[in-house]
Ligand binder design. Structure first.
Ligand code: MTE
Length: 317
């Protein structure tokens, strides 16, 4: 495990991906060099997709792999509200209105919250965290997200003693989302976590990637990222976070309970009923590249395996 360290980054530093990559190399080779960079004061207006963000870089969960190209991260997507094709989200998500935005935190909390994007961005310091993303369809990416631990938000709502689970609900915009006309899922897209999973520091409330606010196809303006679980847990464009005392039924559990369980921890030993989960295709590595072995908990076992001590992970898939 790398030691935790973060350095401030100015929005003016955020340019294209080649600069990002060389800066990252510099950062990894000479950590002191960027410590001189000055932080800008926090932002105070609504957020459009693709705007530069103020953030620091965290290496606490650094990965060895190079990040996936920004153009791949933003053009090969799953966002079924815009269609089931990988290019549908980048083609159609522009119609989604993300300003103004309201995120509600309610249910078993002492202090329900109703936040706009400005409040969300100011709630805690934004960090860049480079995480692996492993989709249930057996492909993977490495994404430099920007955000902060979801626990920062949940603790401000003051969870009550009987809260044990968290339900995430995402936006349902009939006018902008052609996919809602299909009955492939029960809309709105909903997901769930146990409260201790939601409070784990790895669980990220993301507002950006590659230093800029989230593109709409990647879940603007604010989404969940749970890097040790299959990508479908990482719900996009969140509008409501509800603490409950019973296990939420996610959209995928509802439509195919024998294929998609509540836990959905990345597990190469448990095949999907229709395909293996032992290996993954790394997006951007080329058509003929060898597949990579999938790691338990997507490589985050050291951080999260303890959450499941004593549980049968084959039954609790
Ligand atoms: N969130 C919503 N609202 N709708 C979706 O269809 N797809 C999920 C998840 N979040 C999805 C969603 C799936 S299957 C994956 S793999 C990831 O988003 C993909 O995130 P990305 O497109 O940013 O890579």
């Amino acid at each position: 495990m790398f030691k935790s360290r973060s350095v401030p980054v100015r929005p003016s530093e955020i340019t294209d991906e080649s600069v990002w990559r060389s800066r990252r190399r510099l950062l990894l080779q000479a950590p002191g060099a960027l410590a001189l960079a000055a932080a800008l004061p926090g932002r105070a207006h609504a957020l459009a997709a693709g705007e530069p963000l103020n953030f620091s870089r965290s290496t606490r969960w650094a990965v060895q792999e190079e990040p996936t190209r920004e153009s791949d991260i933003t053009s090969y997507n799953n966002y079924y509200e815009f269609g089931t094709g990988k290019e549908d989200p980048s083609r159609y998500a522009g119609a989604l209105k993300t300003e103004p935005w309201t995120l509600v935190v309610d249910g078993l909390v002492g202090k329900p919250l109703k936040l706009d994007m400005d409040q969300i961005l100011r709630l805690a310091p934004l960090e860049e965290r480079v995480y692996r993303l492993r989709c249930v369809e057996a492909w993977s990416m490495v994404v430099p997200w920007v955000g902060y631990s979801l626990s920062e938000l949940i603790k401000r709502a003051e969870p009550l003693g009987d809260a044990r689970f968290v339900r995430f609900e995402t936006v349902r915009d009939e006018a902008a989302m052609p996919g809602l006309r299909s009955s492939i899922l029960d809309w709105p897209y909903a997901e769930g976590l146990r409260l201790d999973e939601a409070m784990h520091p790895l669980t990220l409330l993301a507002t950006g990637l590659y230093g800029k606010s989230l593109p709409k196809q990647n879940g603007a303006p604010v989404r969940l990222i749970v890097p040790w679980k299959y990508g479908f847990k990482s719900a996009k464009s969140l509008v409501r976070i509800t603490l409950t005392d019973s296990m939420p039924v996610s959209s995928w559990m509802q439509v195919a309970p024998h294929e998609y369980g509540f836990y959905a921890n990345v597990n190469p030993a448990v095949p999907h009923p229709r395909w293996s989960q032992a290996t993954e295709r790394v997006i951007g590595s080329g058509f003929f590249a060898a597949k990579k072995p999938t790691l338990p908990f997507n490589g985050y076992a050291e951080d999260v395996a303890g959450l499941y001590a004593g549980m049968d992970l084959k039954r609790n898939y």
